[in-house]
Design a protein around this ligand. Structure first.
Ligand SMILES: [Zn+2]
Length: 523
């Protein structure tokens, strides 16, 4: 490798978009020292090197020149080339696994997508500033660091939105404040609570780690920093079968007593926050508050005959979020505005400032329309939305749980979800428009409806439609074991959804005098 330590250090900092002053302050180093290291005048001690590598999200091996691979997981997402033209399902599944493993929390997913968009030439906007939006431009805006809206404005006369939405969060355990608890006068356990409806036993007996964000006191206020401990940190151990002989007859799990993770023996007491601070690249004393999540360290796998299945944590809904983040980079019809919205908090009802129930999307749509001199009340009836959230594939052991005739399979294409009580926003028109878009690029569609005596789950479509009322179809990719800590989907389906979403963005959907819809493709 020909570059010097100082050059690599500088490159890693710039890639993070940080000034020398901010970087030095974040890890408690003087600006002068950091400046010296970047000029190859001396090298940092091992602890400072570790802090720098965590702050910049690169491996210390890279900084030391031992490898040209920057190595830390989120680089995978950053250097991800666009999958729109890809035909290799296995490779697309590997990219998906890489994105998911580098996105242990919604904060990391949004950070990874933001970086990919910046690399693709999108301009970042802030909600607290005025927006200057131009025809032909590509932009994104985040809220709370956990939701993101990316959009492209057609170069012609934009008259409608083509919207794709998904969610960034997954069921998990969140750490409570003052989490360390001494138990049996020997163990340190961490106090947690559940986020979303998870299959609890799937979290037991496997390595877990901790990621999220910290709020840190800075010279002039409060800053946030992402955290990922990356290493195997915790296990929630089962009780041996000898001590609970009826466990296989159906056990109920109590989050106060049965799913509390073990952190260590008493020698681990008081060590957690120091570890979190080091991973965040901040001083422990500056951490004011935290939002930390447990995540499974289980490796993703591509398996089955010819690699037809892909399994990993958080497929719901990062598989659809990934597809939307890929597709928004494709061409936009000159007369449309393409928009991908990825919302946090779907798993807890979407009712937060950054959830689908908030004004995040409607406010962005209003500002985009105003910047282009368009009347939103004329634009919305000519807009179309696809809400993408994974769907239940028929279970091999329990096909009786599914509707006869409307039960999808993995690798069978994009699933259109139907519900008479409108827990899905799909109607005849939106299903037809989406089916036509899919068929024009050879993407198969399947239908899903709940068994008539089962209510099923909710999703984004009808919530989002209540905030921004446009014709919407609820779709998803078929998967097994939804809300398990390890889920399974079809290797072919990610590319199907990317292709469908990219075609959506290329399609002009306008109204005809008789109230119908005209679909014209062109970009
Ligand atoms: Zn979901």
């Amino acid at each position: 490798m020909s570059s010097t330590f100082g050059e690599r250090l500088r490159r890693a900092r710039k890639r993070r978009g940080m000034s020398q002053i901010d970087a030095a302050e974040a890890i408690g180093l003087s600006n002068k020292s950091l400046s010296r290291y970047e000029k190859d005048d001396g090298t940092p001690n091992p602890e400072t090197l570790m802090r720098l590598s965590r702050l910049y999200d690169v491996s210390s091996e890279y900084l030391l020149g031992l490898t040209s691979d920057m190595g830390r997981s989120s680089d995978n997402a950053q250097e991800d080339e666009n999958l729109i033209a890809m035909t290799d399902n296995r490779e697309s599944a590997e990219r998906l696994l890489s994105f998911i493993s580098s996105s242990p929390t919604m904060f990391h997913a949004v950070e990874n997508i933001s970086r990919t968009l910046l690399n693709a030439g999108f301009t970042q906007l802030n909600e607290w500033e005025n927006w200057k939006i131009e025809k032909g431009g590509s932009y994104f805006v985040t809220r709370n660091g956990s939701s993101i809206i990316a959009f492209r404005v057609g170069s012609g006369d934009p008259q409608g939105f083509n919207i794709y939405s998904a969610h960034s969060d997954s069921p998990m355990f969140k750490l409570k404040p003052n989490a360390e608890m001494l138990t049996a006068e020997h163990y340190i356990r961490l106090n947690t609570e559940r986020y979303g409806g998870m299959i609890m036993p799937s979290w037991l007996d496997r390595p877990l780690s901790i990621a999220g964000r910290v709020a840190v006191s800075s010279r002039d206020g409060i800053k946030t920093a992402l955290v990922n401990l990356s290493e195997d940190t915790l296990v929630i151990p089962n009780v041996a079968i000898h001590l609970q002989k009826d466990i296989n007859d159906g056990k109920s799990y109590n989050p106060v007593s049965d799913t509390v993770p073990l952190y260590g023996s008493e020698k681990a007491k008081g060590k957690l926050m120091a570890k979190v601070a080091a991973a965040a690249g901040v001083k422990e004393k500056d951490i004011v508050s935290t939002e930390l999540c447990l995540y499974s360290k289980s490796e993703g796998a591509i398996w089955g005959e010819g690699g037809e299945y892909v399994s990993c944590p958080r497929l719901d809904d990062l598989q659809c979020a990934y597809a939307g983040a890929q597709a928004i980079r494709s061409d936009c019809h000159p007369d449309r505005i393409s928009l991908t919205a990825i919302f946090d908090n779907e798993e807890v009802g979407s009712g937060t400032k950054q959830g689908a129930r908030s004004d995040f999307l409607s406010s962005a749509a209003r500002r985009i329309a105003a910047a282009l001199g368009k009347d939103l009340s004329v634009i919305l009836p000519q807009s179309f939305a696809v809400s993408a959230d994974n769907a239940h594939a028929v279970h091999p052991n329990h096909p009786e749980l599914y509707d006869r005739g409307n039960a999808p399979f993995m690798n069978g294409g994009v699933v259109i979800k139907h519900s008479a009580r409108q827990s899905y926003a799909t109607d005849a028109v939106s299903a037809a428009i989406f089916s036509k878009i899919c068929s024009s690029v050879g993407v198969p569609v399947q239908n899903f409806a709940n068994r008539s005596d089962m209510p099923g789950g909710g999703t984004l479509g009808n919530i989002s439609t209540a905030q921004l009322s446009v014709s919407t179809v609820d779709v998803g990719l078929a998967q097994l074991a939804m809300h398990s800590a390890y889920e399974t989907a079809g290797t072919m389906d990610t590319l199907y959804l990317i292709r469908a979403a990219a075609e959506l963005f290329r399609t002009k959907i306008s109204r005809t005098p008789d109230g119908g819809f005209r679909l014209e493709t062109g970009a």
